[in-house]
Structure formats: structure tokens, C-alpha cells
Design a protein around this ligand. Structure first.
Ligand SMILES: NC(=O)c1ccc[n+]([C@@H]2O[C@H](COP(=O)([O-])OP(=O)(O)OC[C@H]3O[C@@H](n4cnc5c(N)ncnc54)[C@H](OP(=O)(O)O)[C@@H]3O)[C@@H](O)[C@H]2O)c1
Length: 291
């Protein structure tokens, strides 16, 4: 199965390339923005026509949540228009597309884990543009899977795990937000979930629609940091660790508002595609080993 992968050098893209390399089932046409800028509609049309993939996996995104507040045009181009162009090209080529979105499409007022059909109400530009991208895919291409994920970490790129390990080693005290709850997700587990979908699509499965795939155990940024520092110490990646303090969202003002609760229910993904939620604690151990 020939997969056209966009955003191939990001966290998810890198994990997906690494996994697919070990499988004889997939050939990945790995592209980053230099090979295929998804905001260039003609480039997308030409690339799909020339390479003739069996499926598109869109891992490209503008993921800088705070920067997006002042880069509305760029975030819209990458998160909303790009997915639209990809979905149109997929429609023309009569191939399916797997698109990745975010827990930040929700406003955080729910009191139990979000199911995929819960009404979206993004709080910031990142969430809003990702929602527009989802809607464009839904309205353009029947044969789509949209997978929302959250709090992504991996051995690749910059992410919360790497930042906290660094700060935990450098500082005497570390204040981390303890009143925002979500589900850390290992990009490698998400990549494996996407490849599991691809394999089943190749086998004829057609459970198109929107799903959630994220960590199996909700926590706060503070709780996540505690786990990161403990693992860093246990593996000897930190000789000593900062004293960890719990702070409130209002104590650490950032440009983008974030949902205080973005825990997602992954059960429909498990039922439809046989993919379990990410065991982020086991993945954290593995990722810190690799750093
Ligand atoms: N990271 C998270 O915590 C998180 C949370 C929820 C959902 N998600 C979603 O999960 C997916 C994967 O996220 P990730 O963490 O792997 O993101 P990432 O590491 O930021 O990777 C995104 C990739 O897209 C590339 N890109 C940017 N603009 C592009 C363009 N115009 N054309 C082609 N490629 C372009 C980026 O290149 P440059 O780096 O060179 O710009 C980067 O390689 C995204 O859909 C994201 O919205 C992520």
C-alpha cells in the first residue's frame, strides 16, 4: 500500500516513517513542506496525480498553539486550507485520507471524557483552524478518517517531555499548571494506530468517520511532569530534579486560551478499528530511554 505522508519530519510523521520501514505492507512517500507544501493547491493536485498513492495521511500542521494566535493567516492556510486541498485531491483520485486533529477543538466544559460527536467549540486560533480543517475534510471526502489526538510526545522534535526534562535538571523549582486535564499521547502509538487503519482499509474496511486516539490515563500538566521527572531520575537522565510546584492557569498567562478539561474517550476507535488508547506511561519510559 502506497501512503502519501505529509508533514513527514514532525513527531507523528517521523514515528510513522520509522514504523512503516519495518513493515513490508507499506511504501511511504514521505514529504515535508519542502517536498510538498500542503498550502499550495496546485502542488497538491500535481503531486497526487504524479505519485498515485493508495491513501493520504496528513500529519502536517501548524502546532504552535500560542504563535497561532498572532499567525492566523498561516495557521488557517496549514490547518484548514491544506487539509481541504488534500481531501479534494483524494476525492479526484478516488482514494481515502486519514487526517489528524486535536482535543483543542473542545472548550473544556465537559465533565466526562469527550466522545467524537460532542459539539466542538474551540477556544483559540489553533483549535479553530484545526476544526475548520476537519470540517473541510468531512465535507469534501466521504472516505475519510479523522483522528483527534492530544498532548503528543515522542523521541523526535521539541515537545513537553524534552522541555520538562531540561528544566527539571536546570532549575531548583518548577511551577507547572495543575488545573488543566488531558491525555498525553505517544506519537508512535498514534502512528501504529494509523497504520492499523491503513492495513484494514487495504483489506476492505470502510468505517469512515471521526475518532479519538490519545493516552489511556488522564492527568494534568503537573501530573505529567511528575511522571517525566520521576522517570528521568529513575533512568539516571537527571542527577537531581527541581522541586515541582502546582500552579493555576491564571498564574502562567499564555497568549492562547486552553481547555481546562480535554480528556477524550477512545472507545469508538477501539470498537471500529481495534486500536486501544495509548499506554503513555510505558511509552514515556521508552522515549526517555531513547533521549
Ligand atoms: N503536538 C501536539 O501536542 C498535538 C496535540 C494534539 C493534536 N496534534 C495533531 O497531531 C498531528 C501531528 O502533530 P505533531 O506533534 O507531529 O506536529 P509537528 O511535530 O509540529 O509536525 C508537523 C509537521 O508539519 C510540517 N508542516 C508545517 N507546515 C507545512 C506545510 N505547509 N506543508 C507541509 N508540511 C508542513 C512541519 O514542518 P516544520 O516543522 O518545518 O514547520 C512539521 O514537520 C497534527 O495534526 C497536530 O495538529 C498534535
Amino acid at each position: 500500500m502506497k501512503i502519501l505522508l505529509t508533514g513527514a519530519n514532525g513527531q507523528l510523521g517521523s514515528c510513522l516513517q520509522a514504523l512503516a520501514k519495518n513493515s513490508s505492507l507499506f511504501t511511504v512517500i514521505a514529504t515535508d513542506y519542502k517536498d510538498l507544501d500542503i498550502t499550495n493547491q496546485q502542488a497538491v493536485i500535481d503531486f497526487v496525480a504524479n505519485t498515485k498513492p493508495d491513501i493520504i495521511v496528513n500529519a502536517a500542521a501548524h502546532t504552535a498553539v500560542d504563535k497561532a494566535q498572532s499567525e492566523v493567516e498561516l495557521a488557517t492556510a496549514i490547518n484548514a486550507k491544506g487539509p481541504n486541498y488534500l481531501a479534494k485531491a483524494a476525492n479526484t483520485a478516488a482514494i481515502p485520507m486519514i487526517h489528524v486533529s486535536t482535543d483543542y477543538v473542545f472548550d473544556g466544559t465537559a465533565t466526562q471524557p469527550y466522545l467524537p460527536n460532542y459539539p466542538a467549540k474551540p477556544l483559540g486560533v489553533y483549535g479553530e483552524t484545526k476544526w475548520q480543517g476537519e470540517e473541510a475534510v468531512r465535507n469534501t471526502l466521504a472516505e475519510h478518517i479523522i483522528i483527534r489526538t492530544a498532548w503528543v510526545f515522542s523521541e523526535y522534535g521539541n515537545n513537553f517531555v524534552k522541555t520538562m526534562l531540561r528544566l527539571g535538571g536546570e532549575r531548583e523549582e518548577l511551577g507547572v499548571i495543575a488545573d488543566q486535564y488531558g491525555c498525553p499521547t505517544y506519537a508512535g502509538d498514534l502512528a501504529a494506530a494509523i497504520l492499523a487503519c491503513c492495513e484494514q482499509i487495504k483489506g476492505g474496511k470502510t468505517a469512515w468517520g471521526s475518532y479519538h486516539h490519545c493516552g489511556d490515563l488522564p492527568t494534568s500538566w503537573h501530573g505529567f511532569t511528575r511522571a517525566i521527572l520521576a522517570e528521568g531520575l529513575a533512568q539516571g537522565k537527571l542527577s537531581n530534579s527541581a522541586k515541582l510546584n502546582a500552579i493555576k492557569t491564571e498564574d502562567y498567562p499564555l497568549p492562547a486560551p486552553r481547555p481546562s478539561y480535554s480528556v477524550m474517550d477512545c472507545s469508538t476507535m477501539q470498537k471500529a478499528w481495534g486500536v486501544a488508547a495509548s499506554d503513555w506511561r510505558a511509552a514515556l519510559t521508552k522515549v526517555i530511554t531513547l533521549l
